[in-house]
Ligand binder design. Sequence first.
Ligand code: DAH
Length: 338
Amino acid sequence: MQEKIEKLKQEFLEGIKKVATADELFVLEKKYLGRKSEFNEILKGLKDLSPQERRKIGPLANSTKVEIAKMIEYKRQEISAGGNLEKERIDVTLPGKRRSVGHLNPISLVRAEIEDIFTRMGFEIADGPEVETEFYNFDALNIPKDHPARDMQDTFWIDSEKGILSRTHTSNVQVRYMEKHKPPFRIIAPGRIFRNEATDANHEHTFHQFEALVVGDDVSVANFKFVLEKFFSEFFKQDIRVRLRPSYFPFVEPGFEFDISCTVCGGKGCRTCKGGGWLELGGAGMVNQNVFVAAGYPRNKYQGFAWGFGLERLAMMKYKIDDIRLFHSGDLRFIRQF
Ligand code: DAH
């Protein structure tokens, strides 16, 4: 009897291996556990056995039956899950797979840091379109049609007859913002700009600037210098001094370019600053009254300062990057360093 049970079990194990569908499983189940199954016959026959044999065979028959029922149930789940459960079993003790998270481009990092520092100083962050009209990019900024300053900023025209272009600087935000807001205010406007330039290690056709515009009743050059020194000192985490040199931009009067004390040698003179102790950074000035008038403000009522300069330049200084083209190269070896 015992042999018979074991043989049945063996047959069952062979049989279940071949089962692939629910129908086949049904047939198998009937064959081994059904009312007319051989197994049932054995169970029915238990009562005819001697008490001694019954004590031995009974538990064996029962446990085998339970085992078979379990295996059938398992197979049923496997079939309805549409696959091989064994293969899909998850071993929760295995070490996990490391998910690779992306890296922020250094431009995004620098931009986030700039926005953080300036919002702490009470500045608002303003935005403007990358596709711009000639009016906001040039005319409203006191740059007339025949002005050589337009050539300084080689423009990618989108529709030159209609005066639609890719903005050549973030200064387009100035009049757009002032049309909708009354002084006093302080804003920065970081963003992407475009120039029809031959590219090299220091020039790109697509890059980023950030503009600042602070306007009120008595905003002065001293305020400008203070704000910039504060910003650069925070950004480079060292004491930075700012130096102004006279320069010309049509939208400011007076206009200047500004330098910062060298971030490598602190101003003593080194290879980075070519011995001079200063690094050129950007353009700035006191807002020209014509720009206020273009924005609809009365002439000579307000005064303020503005600046604009490149984010790439800041990122290159901070992270010691020697070629501006790397930012848009898509080279993962570059981006993975940040
Ligand atoms: N828009 C200028 C450029 O792209 C930079 C600039 C100079 C912006 C002076 C300013 C400014 O706001 O006052 O070269």
